[in-house]
Each structure stands twice: as structure tokens, then as C-alpha cells.
Design a protein around this ligand. Structure first.
Ligand code: TXA
Ligand code: MG
Length: 360
């Protein structure tokens, strides 16, 4: 009884989707699958045991709630929303603009909600999004089950944007990974709470604040939730208080550098860097090639020159150079406009230190 028309054509993909959908619908186990943002680790949002399997596999703290993924609005109403309930009109224009896509909204948990209580971690709200990736959509539709899915990394690690990243982190802990190649967006969805006034952006992501502001002329403004919260502080979004996106190597982000080569050089010559440290550089628009900066830089990767390229490559290159065993990853920071806000949010969480070149 699915609401969707599956447009998956090749036989092997179809077979694999059937196996995965069966795990979601009929077992307490989980499956990793591609979305347009990052790979998700999915289990039935209706089944306590499945949701517990998710937390266990990635070693996620139990008080950090999960996003529920749906394949269509009709499925959402039929399975998750009480009869007569309407999605609040505040969300109308952003839903019509950005679903399917990298936008997550918060809704109240109804009294008779069929959602597992472990999905919401006892929040009065739940987070939901309709992904765009055809494999994600097909999996949700085929299983006809709303899928709870955090990013499919081990907790604290950078999110996975390739099936091999999931395999690296979760090998032996989950039965299947559906391989859909590289994720197009590369950073997670934008999380918006429209139940408060003014609406609040809980996590910048694949849809930019600028796009949200342009989409909805009814909204006065969107407030950005503060970036960090203390361990015991009551937070709007529990994810904020945990270490995240961290490679093993120490990440140093450089911002406001008028002369990037000079600032990086000074840092490399400082006492913070041991004599034999192995250094990687991830650069984007303005930094010169490593060879013109310092011969101490052993590995370099070009993140890209546009916001969408940098988003797509960020986690991949953080993981790639980390696996080469470097001690420090130096990263060229970007402007916090458009895609830059989500990029700098992830980088500042990954970073041990942000070096401010103080260029105004
Ligand atoms: O793009 C994405 O959103 C990916 C793909 C797989 O869909 N998923 C993802 O999930 O990034 P996760 O679990 O890594 O991040 C979910 C974020 C966390 O910061 C969590 O705290 C927040 O959403 N969240 C979930 N439910 C919430 C709620 N009821 N209230 C506030 N924040 C919530
Ligand atoms: Mg995550």
C-alpha cells in the first residue's frame, strides 16, 4: 500500500531495495542508505527495538533525537498524523519549495502518535523531512514505513557522504549498506523550528537561510540558534551539545586571512606544531597551492571554489586525509553567507582551533 510510484529501473537495485525494505518493515534491525545530504542509518520509526538498534550501532547518546523520513505527504498523513490534523501553515511555503529536499521541520508529537518514544528522546516535538534521493524515497515507500535515520557515521565522526565511509565506521555493526554513490549536497539538512515565534534555525544545512528568507514573505525573520551549548544546559536541539564531525587529526580552521600563506606559515612555525608533525591542507578559493605556502605541508586537497562544491567535498576530504594518518588538517575557512554558514558550522565543530587572521 505505498503512495509512491517507484521509478527505480535496474533489476539489481530493485532486488537490494526489496531486501532493505524487508529489514525496515519486518525486523528490529537497521539499513544504511543514501540521501541527497549524507548517508542515513535507518530503522522503523514505529518500532522501539529498531530505533534502539540505531543508537547502539552508532554509539549515539540516548538524549539526541532522530529525524523521521517520509516519502510523500499522503504517507505522512496516513501513518503519522492524527485524523483532522493539518501541518501548521507557517511551514506551507518552505515545504512546497524545499520538499523533497534537505529541509527538516519540527512538529508536535500528538498524544496517539505511533512514533517510538526513542525517536524523540522525550522531546515534545519530532523532526521530519522528505528526502529527494530516489533510493531513499523508494526505500521508505517500499517498506511503507516512516524511517528514523541519523547520519550513518559512528558518533562524533564526520558524516558519511560515500558508502565506503559508512563501511569504515560501522562494519560488523549493521547488516546492509545501500550504495548510491556520492551524496550530492554533502552536508546535512537544515533543521527549522516553526513552532516558536520567531521561527528558529536549529541547524544550518543544505537549504540556506537566504533561501528560507526568500521563500517566505510571511515570516518576519528566522533566528539562528546559538552554535554551542554546555553539557548540562537545556538546549533547543540536543545535537548542539555534542562533539561532532571530528577526524582523529587535529583540525585548524583559518578565517579572515588577508594573506593566507603568511598566516598559515606563522602557524606552522609556531610552538604548537611539533617538529615532525604531518600536515594536510584543504583549501578552496583564496589560498595558494601548498607548494607556495610551506614545504611542511605534505598533502593537499582542493575543496572547490563554490559553496556547493565545498559542501560536497568537505567530509570526504576530512576523512580522506585523516586516513592517511596526518597529525594536523589545516582548512581554509569560508564566508558565512549562503552555503558558507553550514560549512563553517561543521568546521567549527570539527576544529580544535580557529585561527583568525583578523582581516576586516
Ligand atoms: O540530512 C540529514 O538531516 C541527515 C540525513 C540522514 O537525513 N540526518 C541527520 O540526522 O543529520 P542527525 O541525527 O545526524 O541529526 C539530527 C539533528 C540533531 O542535531 C538533532 O538534535 C536534531 O536534528 N533534532 C532531531 N529531533 C529534534 C527535535 N525534536 N527537536 C530539536 N532537534 C531535533
Ligand atoms: Mg549526525
Amino acid at each position: 500500500g505505498s503512495d509512491d510510484d517507484l521509478s527505480i529501473s535496474d533489476k539489481e537495485t530493485e532486488q537490494n531495495l526489496k531486501i532493505a525494505a524487508d529489514v525496515i518493515k519486518n525486523s528490529d534491525d537497521v539499513v544504511a542508505f543514501p540521501t541527497e545530504t549524507v548517508y542515513g542509518l535507518g530503522g522503523s520509526a514505529l518500532n522501539d527495538a529498531s530505533v534502539k538498534s540505531i543508537y547502539r550501532a552508532k554509539n549515539r547518546p540516548a538524549d539526541n533525537p532522530l529525524i523521521v523520513h517520509i516519502s510523500s505527504i499522503s504517507q505522512f498523513y496516513r501513518i503519522l498524523l492524527p485524523k483532522g490534523y493539518k501541518i501548521p501553515s507557517i511551514y506551507e511555503s518552505i515545504i512546497s519549495k524545499f520538499w523533497p529536499g534537505p529541509l527538516t521541520i519540527l512538529l508536535p508529537v500528538g498524544e496517539d502518535s505511533p512514533l517510538s518514544k526513542f525517536v524523540t528522546a522525550e522531546q515534545p516535538t519530532f523532526a521530519v523531512r522528505m528526502p529527494k534521493h530516489p533510493i531513499a524515497r523508494a526505500l521508505i515507500a517500499l517498506s511503507d514505513t516512516p524511517i528514523a535515520a541519523p547520519s550513518a557515521n559512528a558518533s562524533t565522526r564526520p558524516s558519511p557522504t560515500l558508502a565506503s565511509h559508512v563501511y569504515h565506521d560501522l562494519e560488523g555493526k549493521i547488516p546492509y549498506v545501500l550504495d548510491g554513490g556520492a551524496c550530492d549536497v554533502g552536508v546535512e539538512s537544515t533543521v527549522v523550528d516553526g513552532l516558536v515565534n520567531p521561527p528558529m534555525l536549529l541547524r544550518p544545512g543544505g537549504v540556506s537561510v537566504e533561501e528560507i528568507r526568500n521563500a517566505d514573505t510571511q515570516w518576519e525573520d528566522v533566528i539562528l540558534a546559538k552554535k554551542t551549548a554546555g553539557k548540562t544546559e537545556a538546549v533547543k536541539t540536543p545535537g548542539m551539545k555534542y562533539r561532532h564531525y571530528s577526524p582523529t587529526a587535529r583540525v585548524i580552521v583559518f578565517i579572515n586571512c588577508e594573506d593566507g600563506s603568511k598566516t598559515v606559515n606563522e602557524f606552522l612555525e609556531s610552538k604548537k606544531i611539533p617538529e615532525n608533525a604531518r600536515i594536510a591542507l584543504l583549501r578552496s578559493k583564496y589560498f595558494e597551492p601548498a607548494s607556495s605556502i610551506s614545504n611542511k605541508i605534505e598533502i593537499e586537497r582542493l575543496l572547490g571554489s563554490t559553496g556547493s562544491e565545498i559542501s560536497r567535498n568537505l567530509f570526504k576530504y576530512l576523512r580522506e586525509v585523516d586516513e592517511m594518518g596526518v597529525d594536523f588538517i589545516l582548512v581554509e575557512g569560508v564566508d558565512e553567507s549562503n552555503e558558507g554558514l553550514a560549512i563553517m558550522n561543521r568546521l567549527s565543530k570539527a576544529a580544535l582551533e580557529v585561527v583568525n587572521g583578523s582581516f576586516k
